[in-house]
Design a binder for this molecule. Sequence first.
Ligand code: ZN
Ligand code: ZN
Length: 721
Amino acid sequence: MFVVNIILDIPLRHGYSYLSEQELLRGTRVQVELRGRAQVGFVLNCVASTEFNDYPLAKLKLILSISADNLSIPNDVWELCNFAANYYHHPLGNSLFCAIPTLLRKTTEPTANFNQTKFYQLINHEAKLRGSKQLNLFTEFQHTAILSYRQIQVILAAKPDKLIAQWIEKQIIHETPAPSAASVAQALTLNEEQQLVVTAITKSFNTFHVGLLYGITGSGKTEVFLHLIQRILHQQQQVLVIVPEINLTPQLQSRFEQRFPAAKISLINSEIAEKARFNAWVAAKSGQSNIILGTRLSVFTPLHNVGLIIVDEEHDDSLKQNDGLRYHARDLAVWRAKQLNIPIVLASATPSLESLYNYKLGKYSLYKLTARAIQAAELPQIELINLQHYPVNHAGICQPALDKLHECLERKELALVFINRRGYAPVITCYECGWVSQCRNCSTNMVYHHEKRQLKCHHCAYQITVPPVCPTCHNQYLHTIGHGTQKLEEFLQQQFASAKIKRVDRDSTNSKSAWQDIYHQIAVQEIDILVGTQMLAKGHDFPRLTLVIGLNLDNALFSYDFRASEDMFNILTQVAGRAGRADKAGLVLLQTNYPDHPVYQFLQQHDFNGFINHTLRERQLNKLPPFCFYALIKLSSLTESHLKQAMHDLFTQAKLLTHPEVWLFAPVPAVMYKSHNRFRGQMLISSQQRNKLHDYLRSLENELKELKGVSVAIDVDPLEV
Ligand SMILES: [Zn+2]
Ligand SMILES: [Zn+2]
């Protein structure tokens, strides 16, 4: 008999003991009974029962069942979860369960099935065929000799099984073993800069090395990835590619598929179906897939033989999880690469301050791509429009910007108008009594949405129909204040009646095919003006785009959040980078009341280094990250008095535990004090030494359990303070 310690999906630091007739390895998936219910758990450790003398073994229950090996958590993923649990001060059980597909958390035993991709080779080059689809396919075969099932499906735009069977019977093609995953179709030649990066990172294969790839938009980062991936596939290793947004995966996936027709790609993100995600997980773990492409949660994917990790858009906030295990996928990916002794590439057009600081400390290597991959493409010209001289109209746009828009339409080129607020207007109000449309659950305004005449809270999703009269004084004239994407869209449509305008925000693009539709519409010139939020800024490629207009930008300069100006700089650099990619130079117009502000000055000169040095100096002066380390204790409660009491008790206890190198700040109400009907407060803790901060947090954990009537969370390296 063996005594096995099992980790379950419950918020406890320790496991539960059970008996097993056979010895079990750490990470083995089992089912056990807890409080009368079967539950899934994973083995933490296993000790022969003979080693216990006075342990009441009779009280322990037997494990109910043991899953197959391919469902266990391999050692390196276990270590990663354990590290994450410690670093983010989150229970190990919850961390492990956050790392695995949903199907593995359920008590029904899942089985993986994946159809092995089949490949076919042309054997009769003289075959006589009829029908354009058949002829197309035949021509394609004559070009490449071998095609995969999926390629045939794409060429035929239909399920190919019947035709394949016919062709095999007529001995036109036959099935053939899969070519090497590394075999490529039409690779591009690299420019000198790209070649240098590929060579340098290839030299570091099989050793830990962090390469920060700083490539301006349009400089061909993806081509660098493709060349690196080819070399990894050639070594018969796997590559893990992490992107911040699900929206970005289809573009990359199709680039990978085109280049590596024989490679198997596993997609890992929260939107793919449970079964598909589970299959992808097993395929990655068993080494059946070559390229693993996913969002932040893919950092936990078990990998059979990984040779390289790539994190694209490494500066993006979406790489950090905001609830439960509050992990940063980039940081965990670097840790994982170090454990596995493999290189990792962090890529961005606007690298994060943290990563650049690590470069300055000598921990990361920096590789630059400064030339645009397409020879003629130049950086766009950035102009600042001083709103002191050119006031905005009711839709938030000024006359010089409208003039440029008009010229762009005349040239039949694509324009993008960027405003980082969806909805019609951020608030409606009554001028008589001062009523404003506030959310009943949150301390924020409800945004007016024009289409269905609704007021929506963008935090808790509470929504109501616009009241016909003021709810307080019954005045029938209510007014909108401020501007959002819908108001702008409406105004531009009135202004340019014949222009085809497409709005892109979370309201308009929530269907899965939305982005594909947009690309298609742009390609066939069915869009003249894109109006949208920062969704448009992230990694998308728009040919024909020559004009970008940015509205409503100044708020970020005066935000309570010290990262706001960095975020704004990044978003604007990314949006601006979309302009003028092909053979046409782009123009970027930014409306501002503060054209002399350093952030705008650096932007205008495309001076990212200047901006970084300026910001690093500011952060150092004010002892802000990355010059010190932050943790937030977040409290929330449905009852305001409970929250206030807990904030008081927390501070009292926290002060007793003081440490000379750890700074405590008195708890304060959160910026959004009320959200989802909960009152929220937070306490900031900082230290210039990371381990001191963590020691302190560990000692504080027990005190946190004593707080009454509140939910408590620890956020290490928070993105918002
Ligand atoms: Zn009123
Ligand atoms: Zn709300």
